[in-house]
Design a protein around this ligand. Structure first.
Ligand SMILES: Cc1cc2nc3c(=O)[nH]c(=O)nc-3n(C[C@H](O)[C@H](O)[C@H](O)COP(=O)(O)O)c2cc1C
Length: 354
């Protein structure tokens, strides 16, 4: 019996064939950085990061040979590797845009005099300082081997890695569980992995998250409602201002929140793609599972305290003004500017409505 295969290979392969091949090989996203002779920062988005050896700890990156970042890196002999978290897509885009002002448009620092290159404190959840341990030109790129001198892993709320595959960005489907290194940049342990919320652990409610964020919002108290349609009929709110949140679970126990106008119907395929999970592995959450997110049925909210939850907003939300959305509780509704909600949640934006 014959089975479908990947197609009969055709050759000779060209650059675009390699691009097509590698687009099927998703990776994390890094910004490699270097300082030039005048101490100016250079950097570029890079996915050709590869572990080479554990002893000594060595990695490699492949950089286009005309890159000014490569020139700085070779001249100085050191470079930094910044691993971007899932909320840093804008930084990945900036550092792949050729924008000469990229370091003026993002926050960076040198933690101390031994920093091998710029550290992107806000956008990166892990940084390695490396020494150049060899270069090899291959075609139009240069392979740079880097001896990893020190590693820092930030295990704050932005722990899920940013991914790139199929020529688009995606978030890690159900949170990052990034193990910290044994030794810190300064020789101390940096292992401060934030514990993943246990299935039974209390989770901050969406309203508490909003309150501590400082984002302006108000809350309407009302009789308990079941669906968002209830908000229209029982609370008399305008349909076009209602944002509904649907809660999904992935096969590995993760959560995906989808926020869209109350009249929209979620396109499962697009949601699954945006969340980075196969469509067949996505199911709507049972009402009693909402408690794991600090929410109750009728109160599903696009704001969630759990950093491992993937949130996807329909693109139309970016064009909405004031919206009413769940607070976590069935008897309270949040009124908030859509733009501020987006700024707080930092969702993946997708055409979700079918
Ligand atoms: C997700 C992603 C990954 C990339 N990875 C690499 C890479 O590994 N090597 C490379 O040379 N360019 C890579 N690029 C392209 C560079 O980021 C882009 O050409 C950038 O403008 C280079 O900066 P420069 O002009 O300062 O050299 C990547 C782009 C994207 C969007």
């Amino acid at each position: 019996m014959t089975t479908p295969d990947a197609g009969v290979p055709r050759g000779p392969a060209e650059g675009q064939d390699l691009r097509a091949l590698m687009s099927l090989f998703p990776t994390g996203v890094a910004v490699i950085g270097a300082l030039d002779g005048a101490g100016r920062p250079w950097g570029m988005t890079c996915s050709s990061l590869c572990s080479v050896s554990l002893d000594p700890p060595t990695l490699l990156v492949c950089v286009r040979s005309g890159s000014p970042t490569l020139a700085a890196l070779e001249r100085r002999g050191t470079f930094s590797v910044n691993l971007l978290h899932h909320s840093a897509q804008d930084v990945a885009e900036l550092f792949s845009s050729g924008d000469p002002d990229r370091f003026r448009r993002t926050s960076w620092h040198l933690p101390d005099s031994a920093a091998a290159g710029p550290h992107l404190g806000d956008a990166a959840h892990a940084v390695a300082d490396c020494r150049v341990d060899g270069v090899r030109r291959v075609g139009d790129h240069t392979v740079v081997f880097g001896r990893v001198d020190r590693v820092g892993v930030d295990t704050g709320p932005q722990r899920a890695p940013l991914l790139y595959g199929l020529r688009r960005y995606a978030a890690w489907p159900s949170g990052g569980s990034v193990a910290g290194p044994d030794r810190s940049r300064r020789g101390r342990s940096t292992r401060s992995d934030m514990p993943q919320p246990e299935e039974s652990a209390p989770v901050q409610s969406p309203e508490e998250v909003l309150r501590t964020s400082g984002v302006p919002f108000t809350v309407l108290d009302h009789v308990p409602i079941v669906g968002q349609a209830d908000a229209e009929t029982k609370l008399g709110l305008a349909t076009e201002q209602l944002l509904k949140t649907m809660v999904f679970r992935t096969a590995d126990g993760g959560f995906v929140l989808a926020a869209l106008p109350v009249t929209g119907r979620v396109h499962y395929g697009r949601l699954a793609r945006a969340a980075g999970v196969p469509r067949s592995k996505l199911r709507q959450a049972e009402p009693d599972e909402l408690g794991l997110l600090g929410m109750e049925p009728g109160g599903a909210s696009p704001v969630c305290a759990r950093p491992d939850v993937v949130t996807v907003f329909d693109a139309s939300v970016t064009r909405m003004g004031i919206v009413y959305c769940g607070s976590g509780r069935a008897d309270r509704t949040v009124r908030i500017q859509a733009a501020q909600l987006i700024e707080l949640v930092e969702p993946t934006i997708e055409e979700l409505s079918s």
